[in-house]
Design a protein around this ligand. Sequence first.
Ligand SMILES: Nc1ncnc2c1ncn2[C@@H]1O[C@H](COP(=O)(O)OP(=O)(O)OP(=O)(O)O)[C@@H](O)[C@H]1O
Length: 182
Amino acid sequence: MAVDPLVELGDVNKYFGELHVLRDVNLTVGKGEVVVVIGPSESGKSTLCRTINRLETIQSGTIELDGRPLSQEGRALAKLRTEVRMVLQSFNLFAHKTVLQNISLARVEVRRRKKDEADRRSRQLLDRVGLSSQADRYPAQLSGGRQQRVAIARALAMEPKALLFDEPTSAARCSPRCSAPV
Ligand SMILES: Nc1ncnc2c1ncn2[C@@H]1O[C@H](COP(=O)(O)OP(=O)(O)OP(=O)(O)O)[C@@H](O)[C@H]1O
């Protein structure tokens, strides 16, 4: 069955100096599709994710999101970052904010939702990741796995079109699970 494409990469090439990290990469990810990219350490998986929300520039090729070419500039880039969320290897939660505040923050500041609405949605997402009892705790009080689930809830609170997980190779080896469809 044909998929409705969400992310499309065509002949993407990326260099760090002499190092040719992404070589003629062609990839189509459909809406609602879960794709796991597996490879040896340093093979370029993180770089691939980072190109999709333009944390990295590419030297040649095309990247389209929902049928639109990714622009490097201004408002288009800011909008893209609200639509393509990344859960990083280090979860980058705000240490001085509670779990609930971490999740609600971007929804209020970027999506311009009212705080009550954002908090209500955050509690639903916390429930979905199995952490409804942890809303008032601080990140340092949670295990690494729980911090990651908070980071996932935080990314989902932005209602992204695409969600990218950047898992370290060692974690993928220890825990051969697939990212849950969202
Ligand atoms: N900003 C950068 N400047 C120079 N080289 C970089 C940069 N970022 C990544 N690299 C190099 O690009 C290659 C691919 O790195 P990348 O982080 O994409 O690998 P990975 O497959 O995600 O690795 P891991 O599974 O260990 O996380 C590595 O050789 C890395 O050292």
